[in-house]
Ligand binder design. Structure first.
Ligand SMILES: [Zn+2]
Length: 514
């Protein structure tokens, strides 16, 4: 099945913080999972360069918009590399040569369908959200998202007939033809749709946009930043330029998945489907909505000074996997969650270090001592059967957009493997084999030890395979140490009997590098 998956494109008015890292790793784990299932996957990330918010931040920093945006967009792109994000495409809306053509293609299609019209308008605008608010939507007269007093904006510009598409979108979401997860985010969107939609303004005077953004075709106005930003999902597929990828990933029968934060679910679940319906194009199949990350219980904000630079965390552990693990395991996929460096450190040394790393080290050391590192025949034991059930549990967690449950299942199995290891005391058997034994006794103990170690290796190999989408680097290292080739697909046969494992190097060292 063809599968297209995207992150949203963040504003680049500030460097990335740990909250955006959450979205990157969720989308990346999903993309890797789909590839391991054998699907034809395209994974896209990017930056929203054209918002008014960026223009104002550049002015505040005393820099030309172009330079300011380029510098921050670079940091977002590099963060993806540092986190081992496996995207095939990165669209930067201010300088991707395909983007203007894509926005114009959508604009012209909506215009041809009679959905764009001129109207004089006065409304309350939040630059932080880049949207107009109805007085009824405000919190004490302030933006519900940013808590700021809104600006009154008056102008004549282009409007999009959003109201025309409300009923259709309602039906698509109710029937799950357009899936929104988790359920409470779906309910919020349904409530908005049932209240009825107003048309939205989709252009700005060049003056108000400070001349920054995509020009409206044959006009000196600038396209509203959300119309522009949402188009990025098709820019990367070549709409308006070379449409080969578009046909393969958007017009095929496959899945089209957007991973977004809860603050922008309305734009993705209502505006974007409406624009696509107007343009006569297929809709996304799923919108997966994650929550916000707080730091030590507080909302991340510039004024709070708690933005946590993900680069520094990655550097201090010498691997992105500590951060990937914490965000994917300890923040529920569709919910808000709290980040703390202390809990990250505890998860790294406790869960990855003691539970997984330590078990692997002990098993491999005994295997080297007693069997020259060669894995004996794997028995048909309860632990082996439990391991064999693990991959389908992890797949179900991805299907349900509950990635944290997938990791919890993996670690529940690791707990089981540790208990089994402690119960069978293989180290005592290994010690006994070093002493004088009669041949019958030696054979009994050796068989028992071989069965115990090989069931553990089978379990660890299964864990390594299941961890591939979540912690690609550590999973690769575990495969290496077990002496097993990393599979292309989940369904590749898992053969451990007879392989030679390595015993050097410690997995998940207890202390961070710095
Ligand atoms: Zn706002």
């Amino acid at each position: 099945m063809n599968t297209y998956i995207t992150t949203s494109i963040p504003y680049v008015n500030a460097p990335p913080h740990v909250g955006f890292a959450l979205e990157l790793v969720q989308a990346d784990a999903s993309a890797r999972h789909f590839r391991l299932l054998g699907r034809d996957v395209r994974f896209q990330c990017g930056t929203d360069d054209n918002s008014l918010k960026n223009v104002r931040s550049a002015e505040a920093a005393g820099l030309p918009v172009q330079d300011f945006v380029a510098r921050n967009a670079d940091r977002f792109e590099r963060l993806g590399e540092k986190l081992d994000i496996s995207n095939d495409e990165f669209v930067r809306t201010s300088h991707d040569p395909r983007h203007v053509g894509c926005v114009h293609t959508l604009w012209n299609a909506c215009a041809a369908n009679g959905d764009l019209y001129r109207k004089a308008y006065e409304g309350l605008y939040c630059v932080g959200c880049e949207q107009f608010y109805e007085p009824s939507e405000l919190d004490d007269g302030r933006c519900p998202e940013h808590g700021v007093v809104l600006e009154t904006v008056r102008e004549e510009n282009w409007f999009f007939r959003l109201s025309r598409y409300g009923d259709h979108i309602l039906e698509l979401i109710e029937t799950d033809e357009l899936r929104i997860a988790p359920a409470h985010r779906r309910n919020e969107v349904l409530a908005l749709l049932r209240r009825g939609l107003s048309d939205i303004s989709v252009s700005r005077s060049a003056e108000r946009a400070r001349g920054w953004g995509v020009p409206v075709p044959d006009s000196d106005e600038v396209v509203y930043v959300w119309f522009d930003a949402l188009a990025n999902y098709l820019t990367g597929l070549g709409v308006g330029s070379d449409q080969t990828l578009f046909q393969r990933y958007w017009q095929s029968d496959g899945e089209r998945i957007h991973v977004v934060g809860k603050g922008i679910s309305k734009f993705h679940a209502i505006y974007w489907p409406a624009i696509l319906l107007s343009a006569g194009l297929p809709l996304p199949s799923s919108i997966l909505v994650h929550g916000y990350v707080t730091v030590d219980g507080k909302k991340i904000g510039k004024s709070a000074g708690n933005g946590i630079d993900p680069d520094l965390i990655i550097e201090s552990y010498g691997t992105p996997d500590a951060l990937r693990y914490f965000l994917l395991r300890h923040i529920r996929s569709g919910e808000d969650g709290d980040f703390s460096e202390e809990r990250l450190g505890a998860a790294w040394s406790g869960e990855l270090g003691s539970q997984l790393g330590n078990l692997a080290n002990r098993v491999l050391t005994l295997l080297a001592t007693s069997f020259d590192g060669i894995v004996p025949q794997v028995p048909d034991s309860e632990l082996v059967r439990e391991a064999a059930r693990l991959p389908s549990k992890v797949a179900e967690a991805f299907e349900a957009y509950e990635l944290h449950v997938g990791l919890a299942d993996i670690f529940a199995f690791i707990g089981e493997a540790n208990r089994e290891f402690a119960k069978r005391t293989p180290w005592a058997d290994a010690r006994a084999l070093l002493g004088d034994l009669d041949p019958g006794e030696r054979q009994t103990i050796s068989r028992r030890l071989g069965a115990s170690l090989s069931e553990q290796v089978f379990g660890l190999a299964t864990v390594a395979r299941c961890l591939l989408p979540f912690l690609p680097r550590s999973a690769a290292e575990l495969h290496d140490r077990l002496g097993i080739a990393q599979p292309e697909l989940y369904q590749d046969p898992l053969v451990v009997s007879g392989v030679k494992a390595a015993s050097d190097a410690v997995l998940f060292p207890r202390r961070p590098v710095a």
